[in-house]
Design a protein around this ligand. Structure first.
Ligand SMILES: NC(=O)c1ccc[n+]([C@@H]2O[C@H](COP(=O)([O-])OP(=O)(O)OC[C@H]3O[C@@H](n4cnc5c(N)ncnc54)[C@H](O)[C@@H]3O)[C@@H](O)[C@H]2O)c1
Ligand SMILES: O=c1ccn([C@@H]2O[C@H](COP(=O)(O)OP(=O)(O)O[C@H]3O[C@H](CO)[C@@H](O)[C@H](O)[C@H]3O)[C@@H](O)[C@H]2O)c(=O)[nH]1
Length: 436
């Protein structure tokens, strides 16, 4: 099938590449000319494991192309994916200007039947708005379908090629047939394509993200409570996670959820609730707890240094909002760094992939180390903000030689308490006994 993907960020580029992988003819459109040039010359502009291999293969096979020219790309395509940003507007609701702006242009371009598929995360009722925006200029028949994306950064390729489910919101039999055909190669293992109306599909995406964010936040509150009463959150997690009704996944406490999705989507759903006359009480609590959780490690650091962080040298391991990505949107590490700097500390950070992106935001407000041990050089304490695999099994003796004090504040609960006791570290983690 001939496909145009508009927007080549994490979702658009993965979608385009993975659709080319099953033999489709894909052209990806972006307004960012330098990004398009990079992709044309074979460079993947984001860090996403395993994407480079299939990206390269499909470019070689001439199934994957890039352009800034929306008109020529769309005219040749039967299917048009919109993978455009929907960032929070000033009031927290989703900003639809990117999606509706392109929809407006599409109406002027299309000359035959197209299926326009919204992959961006959008509030209930957006398909109707997109339909109206296209229809305002279109002289031909078209369908607008809601097909939310559930990929996780770091696992995006796998999630796209083998999705738990594909959700498709359409009431058009013609569009349904085309999408059934398109997604057939991705659901061979019996994972379902769930068809529904557009509004339910749009809400499914927000409900999934809000539920997962709530699950994490609930565990963060249980962890905070564990610290007050001397229980161990790892034990509680094991105890409840083995109940299949609860499940083992997304029960890991830490320094809050971040990323480009959970924070903005919880906020957007909350706004939609208010607009619809149903303010979600649970989401207000989730947002408040998560905001506090991001810097919950701060008072612990201050306590250790008797309230004075002036000129203390703090090493940070991990800047990305989670491992296996270079994405730093709403990364808890950035909130912690801001608070440390405010208190007069100096920060030296190391992240395997996200340092370039952070340096664009923080510049020389912090130091960037060449590796994890170099970051710890002469540091008064080490803070762990992202659970990259390399941080899970450090050489503790080597680390001890670098650090001024054997002190770790672990926002991701990477180490065994017994091990830290044996190694002689001061070790503060989330929802577990302090090793002092
Ligand atoms: N990042 C994720 O893990 C993820 C997962 C599922 C869903 N989503 C949703 O998918 C959507 C896209 O997210 P993302 O993370 O890929 O965004 P992104 O910011 O990484 O990428 C968006 C891309 O769109 C391009 N763009 C902006 N305006 C354009 C225009 N008029 N024409 C062509 N290109 C244009 C930008 O240059 C950029 O390359 C959002 O709604 C997001 O909520 C994201
Ligand atoms: O047990 C857990 C699991 C995750 N997190 C945090 O939650 C955030 C989000 O993690 P994750 O869901 O793995 O990453 P995303 O790439 O943001 O993916 C989420 O957001 C995407 C965008 O909407 C959806 O497509 C995915 O299904 C959804 O998992 C990160 O800060 C994690 O550190 C925890 O604190 N504890």
């Amino acid at each position: 099938m001939k496909i145009a993907v508009v927007g080549t960020g994490y979702v658009g580029l993965v979608t385009g590449t993975c659709l080319a992988e099953t033999g489709n003819d894909v052209i990806c459109v972006d307004i960012d000319a330098s990004k398009v040039e990079k992709m044309k010359s074979g460079i993947v502009p984001i860090y996403e494991p395993h994407l480079d291999v299939i990206f390269e293969r499909n470019i070689k096979q001439k199934r994957l192309k890039f352009t800034t020219d929306l008109e020529s790309a769309v005219k040749k395509a039967q299917i048009i994916f919109l993978a455009l940003p929907t960032p929070p507007g000033e009031d927290g609701s989703a900003d639809l200007s990117y999606v509706l702006g392109v929809a407006d242009q599409l109406g002027k371009i299309i000359e035959d039947y197209k299926v326009i598929i919204d992959k961006s995360t959008v509030p209930v009722g957006t398909a109707e708005k997109v339909h109206a925006a296209v229809a305002a200029n279109a002289k031909v028949d078209f369908d607008v379908v809601s097909n939310p994306e559930f990929l996780r950064e770091g696992f995006a390729v796998d999630d796209f090629l083998k999705p738990d489910r594909v959700v498709i919101g359409t009431e058009s039999p013609r569009a349904r047939k085309i999408l059934e055909e398109l997604y057939k190669p991705y659901v061979r293992q019996g994972n379902p394509i769930i068809f529904m109306d557009e509004k339910s599909a749009e809400l499914t995406k927000y409900a999934a993200n809000a539920f997962l964010a709530t699950k994490i936040t609930f565990m963060n509150e249980i962890a905070n409570f564990c610290e007050k009463v001397g229980a161990d959150v790892d034990m509680v997690r094991a105890g409840i996670g083995s109940d299949t009704r609860i499940g083992k996944r997304f029960l890991f406490p830490g320094i809050g959820y971040g990323g480009s999705c959970f924070p903005k989507d919880v906020q957007a759903l909350s706004k939609s609730g208010i607009e619809a006359g149903y303010p979600f009480q649970i989401l207000d609590a989730v947002m408040k707890v998560n905001q506090e959780q991001k810097t919950s490690i701060l008072p612990k650091i201050e306590d250790y240094f008797n309230g004075d962080l002036k000129n203390k040298k703090i090493a940070i391991w991990g800047l990305a909002f989670k491992p296996d990505t270079d994405d730093i949107r709403e990364a808890p590490a950035l909130y912690i760094i801001e608070e440390l700097i405010k208190r007069g500390a100096t920060v030296t950070a190391y992240d395997p992939e996200a340092m370039d992106n952070v340096s664009k935001v923080l510049g020389n407000k912090i130091n960037y180390a060449l590796n994890m041990y170099a970051a710890a050089e002469e540091a008064d304490a080490l803070v762990i903000a992202t659970e990259w695999s390399a941080f899970r099994t450090p050489d503790f003796s080597k680390l001890a030689k670098k650090l001024k004090n054997k002190v770790i504040f672990d926002g991701r609960n990477l180490y065994d308490l017994e091990q830290m006791k044996e190694q002689g570290y001061y070790y503060s983690s989330i929802g577990r006994t302090l090793i002092a």
